[in-house]
Design a protein around this ligand. Structure first.
Ligand code: FAD
Ligand code: MG
Length: 321
């Protein structure tokens, strides 16, 4: 009997991102169920088209509270609490600025400084009133907009994992475009671990800096090279600094977080991105459940620790610190 395993790949485009599911059995009904779930959650959480629960909340800014479903409420609650952490670079009310910059969307441009100054006061997370009794959300200032782009894919990845488990699938890989969930392990391979590529920024789509080997983990990467535009030799990418309203500018090209929950991975990539390498390493020292790989503009690759994965460097342009 051959020990070579057959992998069955299924793909879709959802949330403006290529979605890839790998199974070890030919089971298109599982794939359909997965894509249906992602679509359902996208329809609740999107701010890119009408209608969605989140759009209803945003349209009612400055007018009245909106009752949302329990899962949407809990996600908003989580996003608010992370936004209120001291010096947090995660801000779920960044919507007005995201919409003004349009980075990664048609019509992106560098806004005049005055526009940014005028929009910054609309991004105060304190001005979101949450009522757990009724699951209602109220943006108290007109013009405020919630954007869950930095957390929703992680939340959705975790729900996909739950669904796959319900359907009896223990080993699978799902990539939501930057959020990878490696369930179990490839069942028959000699490696017994999933190999997940760390992308080489601003290179060929398939070019890798190296490979992370993980079992049963979420691997989330945020970088400045996926959604950006260039103007007068300067790169403007989609992770905005909530203090300035401009793209976060530090030594980093990308941050990858390895964790059990993909929602944590999604949150931490944004938080750590804003902290920079040194502060992140200190911050993660007492968080063994969260591990990170930083790629810097000077081509250093820095691993916070390697308890839950193994990293192998493949590209000689980069150096392991
Ligand atoms: P992350 O680094 O995790 O998050 C960056 C994103 O979060 C930014 O794109 C912005 O939306 C927001 N953000 C920026 N700065 C901050 C900050 N400081 N704090 C908090 N959030 C911040 N893309 C399309 O092109 N078309 C679509 O129709 C579309 N629909 C989507 C629907 C849903 C439900 C979701 C979750 C995403 C959708 N996207 C769509 C992609 C989306 O616009 C973001 O690009 C994507 O979520 C970024 O994820 P990331 O992991 O790459 O980046
Ligand atoms: Mg994120």
């Amino acid at each position: 009997m051959s020990s070579v395993e057959r992998v069955y790949s299924y793909s879709a485009v959802l949330m403006g991102s290529p979605i890839l599911l790998k199974l070890f059995e030919d089971n298109s009904s599982v794939a359909k169920a997965v894509f249906r779930l992602i679509k359902q959650l996208e329809d609740l959480l999107t701010v890119n088209r009408e209608p969605s629960q989140l759009m209803t909340v945003n349209h009612a800014a400055g007018k009245h509270p909106v009752v949302v479903s329990q899962p949407v409420f809990e996600l908003i609650q989580k996003a608010k609490s992370v936004s209120l952490l001291e010096n947090s670079s995660f801000n779920f009310t960044i919507g007005p600025l995201v919409k003004r910059w349009k980075i990664g969307f048609h019509g992106d441009s560098v806004p005049p400084q005055t526009d940014i100054q005028n929009l910054l006061p609309l991004t105060n997370p304190e001005n979101v009133e949450l009522d757990p009794q009724t699951c209602s959300v109220f943006l108290t200032q007109p013009g405020m907009e919630i954007d869950l782009g930095a957390i929703a894919k992680g939340y959705i990845a975790d729900r996909v994992r739950d669904l796959l488990h319900q359907l009896g699938i223990q080993n699978a890989l799902i990539n939501l475009g930057g959020n990878v969930l490696a369930l179990g392990a490839p069942p028959h391979s000699t490696q017994k671990a999933w190999g997940i590529g760390l992308k080489k920024p601003f290179a060929d789509p398939d070019a890798l800096i190296g490979i992370m080997e993980v079992n049963n983990k979420s691997v989330v990467t945020s970088g400045i090279y996926e959604r950006y535009f260039e103007k007068d030799g300067k790169i403007y990418h989609h992770i905005l600094d909530p203090k300035t309203g401009y793209p976060l500018d530090n030594e980093l090209l990308s941050v990858t977080v390895i964790s059990d929950q993909s929602i944590d991975g999604d949150i931490y990539t944004t938080l750590l991105y804003g902290m920079g390498v040194e502060n992140s390493l200190a911050y993660l020292a007492d968080k063994p459940e969260i591990e990170a790989i930083f790629v810097t503009k000077s081509h250093q690759v820095i691993c916070s620790s390697e308890r839950q994965y193994r990293f192998t460097l493949q590209d000689s342009d980069f150096h392991l610190a």
